[in-house]
Design a protein around this ligand. Structure first.
Ligand SMILES: Cc1cc2nc3c(=O)[nH]c(=O)nc-3n(C[C@H](O)[C@H](O)[C@H](O)COP(=O)(O)OP(=O)(O)OC[C@H]3O[C@@H](n4cnc5c(N)ncnc54)[C@H](O)[C@@H]3O)c2cc1C
Length: 448
């Protein structure tokens, strides 16, 4: 059964703060933990500071897809590498991540969507992915039980995988810790320290630690942290809900999305289901501050967004949230250890309805539980992975735009190599921070 991590999950890591390390990672989600693991393997002394719990926010709440399918062309080589790394790491932790190659398929019930799916196949071909197109019969053969989906076809990448997020990231954290990474939960980073403009350490709620490199992997909080340092990071948060069914003999092995519903079979035989076309927006100051660069994305996806009112108290874009503080003050990060938005009952009811419309033999489908998470979205649906030019030694790896779980090991490896002075082995131009300030046109990536 799925068990997203919350504030009630006991603290596992309480390492004493050292005087100095080489690198401090802010945030113990999938990006922070994989970066720490690979940095340590390259010989760096690393400390991960997590304000709440390892994987407490997006990294234990996601669908569990490890997807190359539909990805932005610039990310395909990194995500393809991430798939290999997930397999490697899962083997190292004795299968605790639950990585399984199931393929991920996108299905269409109309020509317009089918056309869009086929367009992406050209990109897949250029990158030698094993993706292919499916006709209606092929789609039918994916399901060993009757279904009423009106699918005319689809596309699939059979090498795509799934994993169990609430197990996977903690398992990788355990491995990293065993290998020597220091981890401290309930430990917010309040500020960075500088000497001659460059990073010289951090101030945490538990004290100061010296270092020459800091990576901000703060998910939905990165924009708040960055803005206080004078860094403009146009990131918004979007709420998404997931529900889990009991184990079912539903004959649906593939993970798929048909644009309305998305699902994944869990290791225990139950399904995680979600609406693929419905996300919540809470309004806060950043919704207005960052609106402009989001216009091109909103033009194509506004009908998938429901405005849910004002951002709840303490959330990363709440009205009244302290946006500036001194390093000896309690910060918004300590006031909200784990951002745990309420699950949306209406959306869960709609999921049940859509699931049973497609698989009528499952009428009476029981939902065991549901939860929500806040996704950190960027205007072009790709993250920022870059050093901040005005603060040497300060790096951003954030804004994963709803696909950071799958690609996490890939960016973790990139970060480790960048900070170690090794070639990243990938073209990172698209992920530069300056794209939001150098007059570049916002090129919206595929948000299929
Ligand atoms: C419902 C849902 C479904 C999704 N489905 C998928 C999917 O199927 N496949 C996929 O690839 N991706 C999916 N995603 C996206 C994926 O989960 C995220 O992209 C990924 O987890 C981001 O990882 P992260 O490490 O950047 O951020 P997070 O996991 O959010 O971690 C950031 C951490 O930083 C900590 N932090 C922030 N500020 C501070 C500070 N000042 N000091 C200390 N700690 C701090 C936070 O507490 C948090 O734990 C989904 C997301 C959601 C919400």
């Amino acid at each position: 059964m799925a068990a997203p991590i919350t504030i009630n999950t006991p603290i596992t890591y309480a390492d004493a703060l050292p005087d100095a390390v080489d690198v401090i990672i802010i945030g113990g989600g999938v990006i922070g933990i994989f970066s720490a693991l690979y940095l340590n393997r390259l010989g760096k002394r690393v400390l991960v500071c997590e304000k709440g719990r390892i994987a407490g926010e997006q990294s234990s709440r996601n669908w569990g897809w490890i997807r190359q399918h539909g990805r932005d062309a610039a990310e395909i080589p990194i995500t393809a590498q991430a798939v290999k790394l997930w397999h490697e790491i899962d083997a190292e932790v004795g299968g605790a991540c639950g990585v399984k190659t199931t393929g991920i398929a996108y299905l269409a019930d109309n020509e317009k969507r089918m056309h869009k799916l086929l367009e992406w196949l050209d990109i897949a071909k250029e990158h030698d992915l094993d993706s292919y197109a499916m006709g209606a019969e092929h789609v039918d053969s994916m399901f060993s039980q009757p279904h009423e989906g009106k699918w005319i076809g689809g596309t699939c990448t059979p090498s795509d995988c799934v994993a169990e997020p609430w197990q996977a990231v903690p398992a990788v954290a355990k491995l990293a810790h065993q290998e020597g990474v220091l981890i401290r939960e309930n430990c917010a980073v309040r500020d960075i320290q500088r000497q001659a403009g460059a990073v010289s350490g951090v101030v945490t709620e538990a004290g100061e630690v010296a270092c020459n490199q800091v990576v901000l992997c703060g998910g939905a909080w990165s924009s708040v942290f960055a803005r206080r340092l004078g860094i403009k990071l146009p990131q918004l948060t979007v709420e998404a809900t997931v529900a889990q069914t009991q184990p079912l003999g539903a004959g649906i092995g593939h993970s798929f999305s048909d644009g309305e519903i998305a699902m994944r079979k869990r290791a225990d035989g139950g399904y995680n289901i979600a609406l693929a076309d419905s996300h919540g927006i809470y309004l806060g100051p950043d919704s207005f501050r960052h609106a402009l660069p989001f216009f091109p994305l909103l033009k194509t996806s506004w009908n998938e967004l429901q405005i849910k009112g004002l951002s709840p108290k303490g959330f990363s874009d709440a009205w009244g949230l302290k946006r500036n503080w001194s390093a000896d003050e309690i910060t918004p990060f300590e006031q909200m250890r784990v951002m745990d938005p309420p699950s949306n009952d209406r959306r869960v009811a709609r999921m049940q309805q859509r699931f049973t419309e497609r698989f009528p033999q499952q009428v009476g489908l029981d939902i065991l539980s549901s939860w929500s998470g806040m996704i950190d979205a960027m205007p072009d649906v790709v993250p920022v992975v870059d050093e901040v030019q005005q603060i040497p030694g300060f790096y951003l790896a954030t804004g994963m735009s709803a696909h950071g779980f799958g690609i996490g090991p890939g960016y973790g490896r990139v970060i480790a190599r960048m900070l170690s002075g090794l070639p990243a082995e990938h073209d990172l131009t698209r992920f530069r921070l300056s794209r939001f300030s150098d007059g570049s046109k916002i090129e919206v990536g595929p948000a299929l």
